[in-house]
Design a protein around this ligand. Structure first.
Ligand SMILES: CC(C)=CCC/C(C)=C/CC/C(C)=C/COP(=O)(O)OP(=O)(O)O
Length: 303
């Protein structure tokens, strides 16, 4: 048991929130106003827990299941856990049935009230994790985009809602950025996802590039896999470019935060290209220098 697991055995919500430090993206960085950080952490707690349920990464001991009213011997039933979690989410928005049972959802109540958040983005994240239990292959790119609408776009919409900056145009650009970031993560994590028997590369593209599933299980990528990864990287790059004007449309510290997200995506794509698109040994790491350089480019509005 790690130190984090030990903490979670006592108070599961603390272990979940502690994971913020290890995320690919900054969750609630120090330079943001305290009130935003508080609300972004509350939203993060929700998103982390729903992903942990969906990925089977809950702390051992069954504390989360107990809190959600799921019998201990069914705590491994991810669909049942997601249903119970969704039921508890409803108590965040409708107190007639009493307060939420899970402390991370109770912690979300003041944020939802303060920022007038709606259930949709939260329900989307639950639906994405439900889909992960039922769908392990994507036939077309459009199918994958529909998945990203549930798994990633709600995150950006929540950031805009918490910071009071939502407009239809910003939401559209935020969706482009979030979908791009999700595709980048999928490209970095091909090997890890395959370990969970999940493939997020569209089957139609695999066919076109003559890539078989067994090619993805190899320790290093052959030329076909590299060509496929380069193709999907180009799509992600285009989406990031289309969404990037979102950064210049906001001000102050939020602009810094969003520039960091776009720069993070671009730096990750650069690292993938630098690895000659061989992502199979593990995610190619983006250097800090490249990240800062990309952030400078975004902030100067040059890309
Ligand atoms: C306003 C705006 C544009 C904000 C951007 C917010 C942001 C960082 C979105 C990322 C979305 C994303 C890739 C979620 C999945 O991450 P994950 O780590 O849960 O991925 P996994 O499900 O593959 O583990």
């Amino acid at each position: 048991m790690t130190a984090t697991d030990t903490t979670r055995a006592v108070a599961p919500e603390h272990g979940t929130l502690a994971k913020a430090a290890d995320e690919n993206f900054p969750v609630a960085p120090f330079f943001l106003p305290r009130a935003w950080r508080t609300d972004l952490m509350a939203v993060y707690g929700f998103a982390r827990l729903v992903d942990d349920i969906g990925d089977g990464d809950l702390a051992p001991g069954g504390a989360d299941a107990r809190l959600l009213g799921v019998p201990e011997d069914r705590a491994d039933d991810r669909l049942l856990m997601l249903d119970a979690f969704e039921e508890d989410l409803r108590r965040v928005f409708d107190a007639s049935d009493g307060p939420p049972r899970h402390p991370l959802l109770r912690g979300l109540v003041p944020t939802v009230r303060r920022r007038a958040l709606t259930p949709e983005p939260f329900l989307g994240l639950i639906a994405a994790n439900r889909q992960d239990q039922l769908v392990a292959r994507y036939e077309t790119y459009d199918d994958l985009l529909a998945y990203c609408e549930l798994s990633a776009n709600p995150v950006g919409r929540l950031v805009l809602a918490v910071t009071g900056t939502s407009t239809p145009e910003r939401i559209r650009r935020s969706d482009e950025i979030c979908t791009a970031l999700q595709i980048v993560e999928h490209l970095q994590d091909v090997a890890e996802d395959l370990g969970r028997d999940r493939i997020y590369l569209p089957a139609e593209d695999m066919k076109r590039f003559h890539v078989q599933e067994t090619d993805l299980a190899a320790p290093t990528a052959n030329a076909s896999v590299r060509a496929l990864i380069a193709y999907e990287s180009g799509r992600a790059r285009d989406l990031l470019n289309e969404g990037a004007p979102l950064v210049g449309s906001v001000h102050g510290r939020l602009r810094l935060l969003l520039a960091g997200f776009v720069a993070g995506g671009r730096a990750a794509l650069r690292a993938i290209a630098a690895a000659d698109h061989d992502v199979l040994p593990g995610p190619p790491k983006a250097g800090k220098v490249h990240l800062l350089r990309e952030a400078g480019v975004v902030l100067r509005g040059e890309g």
